[in-house]
Design a protein. Structure first.
Length: 460
């Protein structure tokens, strides 16, 4: 335990700030790419790529359901991306994988902005859209895990939660940027938006991609990977070893992802479409609510990440899940008032408290559950298996439930409660890790009970 995080402690503060920028800004830029697809699915893809599916059920068009389905299919590629890039991230280093993954997601997003629509090439349009979505998913499957591991393995002693929180904060910033750009383009007339305006957010990603690659290319390899690589050879199959050595932790990650990931996509993606298409509120009201929710989540992520360093990852994470379950019905009661202020408040509370309390401490928690020689593979693969079960299908399932209930959202509220309770139980079954040794091959063997919060000594 005495050697814990010494490499990070010796790092100059200027270098550590660059690492945090690479984790936050890189994730923001890459997940901007990923989230604009979800936003476009809710707003325009149903008309552009699935115009023959224009019937409506319960206020949700079949074209929108088809667009949500392509959003979900992209998640199938994510575990494969997690396996592939996680394998090489554990064998040759974290840094090169961070550059490769951002190139994949950014390149796929830019190409979406160039795609012809259904009116131009027929069935090839949704097929090409699906291909680009799979490319995005393959890269995204390991990007976030790499960004988290970069920040956590550089973090000073006792601050892994806070420093790890910069990666999920970057994800939320990316979502906020996506909503902001779409807010601007939706100020156009509907004809302009459908004709060419929807392409702007995707094409702009090329500039953002250049910034992200530049920042990440300048980051050094993590001290934990360098030190462990000098002492022990890499594992031949780190993903299989992660499952064999840490089966409980592997399952904890999958279960813990259900509410965080499912609700993380359900409210910004389905919630956006619900307010616009089912409640028939102006696009500006819905997008403003999502933007304010993302702003609250940025604050929540940093606060709850910091709090997890003091009181532990598990109580903070479980608190976020239980809050999300309790707020499921109030969220829809607030949005159904059709009051723009209450709609914004609903997004602020569910994303800022429920999302922030889960997403913030999750970064360090998942990294701490696996040893350094299999951390990237175990983190990315287990996390993305959870994405298939929750994040990808959640907007589609929610839209189906609304359609089945003729526009009523109460089935979705029950779905939110189910995901949240499963996550709370999964985290309860897991170990507390906030004082474990990142360099230990089996961190679970090195766990100690979380110490009570430290208080500053009195000064006479």
């Amino acid at each position: 335990m005495a050697q814990q995080d010494l490499g990070a402690a010796r790092m100059p503060s200027s270098g550590l700030k660059h690492v945090l920028a690479a984790a936050a800004v890189g994730s923001a830029l890459e997940w901007y790419d990923f989230f604009i697809y979800g936003t476009a699915s809710a707003l325009v893809f149903g008309e552009l790529f699935f115009p023959k599916s224009d019937a409506a059920v319960g206020g949700v068009t079949l074209g929108t359901l088809a667009a949500y389905a392509t959003f979900a299919v992209g998640f199938i590629a994510r575990p494969f991306g997690g396996l592939f890039f996680g394998h090489f991230g554990d064998r040759i280093g974290r840094k090169p994988m961070l550059v490769a993954t951002i190139l994949l997601v950014g390149g796929g997003t830019f190409l979406i902005g160039l795609l012809p629509t259904y009116d131009a090439i027929g069935i090839w349009a949704p097929l090409l859209l699906l291909l680009m979505r799979l490319l995005q998913g393959f890269g995204a499957g390991a990007e976030y895990g790499g960004a988290v591991i970069l920040a956590v393995e550089f973090a000073p002693p006792g601050r892994r939660g806070l420093y790890g929180g910069f990666a999920p904060m970057g994800v939320t910033v990316g979502n906020l940027l996506a909503a902001g750009v779409f807010y601007v383009v939706t100020l156009m007339s509907k004809d302009e938006l459908l004709a060419w305006g929807w392409r702007i957010p995707f094409l702009v990603s090329l500039l953002l991609l250049g910034v992200g690659v530049y920042i990440r290319a300048k980051v050094a390899e993590t001290p934990v990977f360098t030190e462990i690589g000098a002492k022990r050879p890499p594992l031949k199959a780190p993903a299989l070893e992660a499952l064999r050595r840490h089966p409980r932790n592997f399952l904890v990650v999958i279960g813990a992802r259900l509410a965080e990931n499912g609700l993380g996509y359900l409210f910004p993606v389905f919630g956006l479409g619900y307010v616009i298409n089912t409640l028939h509120m102006p696009r500006e009201v819905a997008i403003t609510g999502v933007m304010l929710g993302n702003g609250a989540e940025i604050v929540g992520i940093l606060f709850f990440s910091w709090l997890s360093d003091r009181i532990g990852r598990r109580p903070v994470y479980m608190g976020g899940a239980l809050f999300s379950a309790a707020f499921a019905f109030p969220f829809f009661l607030l949005t159904n008032t059709l009051d723009p202020v209450l709609i914004a408040l609903a997004f602020i509370l569910i994303m800022g408290i429920g999302g922030g309390a889960m997403f913030g401490p999750q970064a360090a928690y998942f990294a701490e559950l696996f040893g350094p020689r299999l951390r990237y593979s175990g983190f990315a693969f287990a996390r993305e298996l959870g994405s298939i079960l929750a994040g990808g299908p959640s907007p589609f399932i929610a839209a189906l439930l609304v359609a089945y209930m003729a526009g009523a959202p109460w089935g979705v509220a029950c779905y939110v409660i189910l995901l949240s309770l499963i996550t709370a139980f999964a985290v309860w079954c897991g170990p507390e890790t906030n004082r474990s040794d990142l360099r230990a091959d089996s961190p679970e063997d090195d766990l100690v009970p979380a110490a009570p919060p430290r208080t500053a000594p009195r000064v006479a």
